[in-house]
Design a protein around this ligand. Structure first.
Ligand SMILES: CC(C)(COP(=O)(O)OP(=O)(O)OC[C@H]1O[C@@H](n2cnc3c(N)ncnc32)[C@H](O)[C@@H]1OP(=O)(O)O)[C@@H](O)C(=O)NCCC(=O)NCCS
Length: 210
């Protein structure tokens, strides 16, 4: 089944949104008096230094875990995925302008839904447990909500138990597309989602969908 005409219209609007439009919408949860600043970027707005820092953080956090999983680790494949033209980033820098965390997401169609798919959520090890991950999730939710997406989706390795716990405590649950829904419990990953409230008439008017 496909998304409705209205959902497709919402997706088109989201895909066209500029980074500054997204920047205005997102609601940032305070991060325990940390001087962390968040900025929205598309792949072509990241700049070479941010690209190196993003891929470095991803490598530090995920290479080993992915190497041991069915997903594997290939630098070229991962770079293609991360720096895809439709990827959008929330990048978080500390007071010294070092990248401490980022999220990469895309607006996509999934079955009969339009979704904000969170491909990456990465916090530097020394900066974990301070609320940065939760703040990034809150920002993703406010963007998804403002653009009328049906839900936030993500894939997480079952072995990444800390992250599974983190997402579940933030309200994520197994998605209807998770392999276990079709009786396949052997996969080493889970597909999670968090449904977003339906857009109100006034938000649809703002997006010029009504
Ligand atoms: C998962 C990750 C993004 C969480 O980010 P974080 O900044 O450390 O998380 P926060 O400090 O925002 O914690 C948010 C909540 O989760 C809880 N939490 C954080 N780490 C936790 C852990 N290891 N176990 C249980 N709960 C945890 C916190 O207590 C907090 O709860 P609260 O809001 O009720 O106080 C971060 O640990 C990370 O980057 N991990 C490595 C990369 C990774 O695996 N990414 C996910 C790939 S799918």
């Amino acid at each position: 089944m496909n998304p409705s005409k209205e959902q497709v219209k919402l997706l088109k609007i989201a895909l066209k949104a500029t980074s500054s439009e997204l920047q205005e919408i997102r609601v940032s949860r305070s991060t325990q008096a940390l001087s962390v600043t968040y900025a929205m970027r598309k792949t072509n707005e990241l700049g070479a230094d941010n690209k190196v820092a993003v891929f470095g953080l991803l490598t530090n956090n995920m290479r080993e875990m992915l190497q041991e999983s069915s997903m594997g680790w290939s630098v070229s494949k991962k770079k293609r995925e991360v720096f895809h033209t439709r990827s959008r980033f929330i990048i978080a820098h500390d007071a010294q302008s070092s990248l401490v965390a980022f999220s990469m997401f895309r607006f996509e169609k999934e079955d009969q839904c339009v979704v904000l798919y969170c491909y990456e959520l990465q916090v530097e090890e020394a900066m974990r447990g301070l609320g940065i991950g939760r703040s990034l999730l809150t920002q993703l939710e406010s963007i998804g909500l403002a653009y009328g997406m049906d839900k936030i989706m993500l894939t997480v390795l079952k072995a990444n138990q800390k992250s599974v716990k983190f997402y579940k405590s933030a309200g994520f649950r197994l998605d209807s597309s998770d392999p276990s829904r079709f009786g396949d419990c052997r996969q080493d990953y889970e597909i999670l989602c968090k449904w977003l409230p339906r857009p109100t008439a006034s938000s649809l008017t703002r997006l010029e969908v009504a």
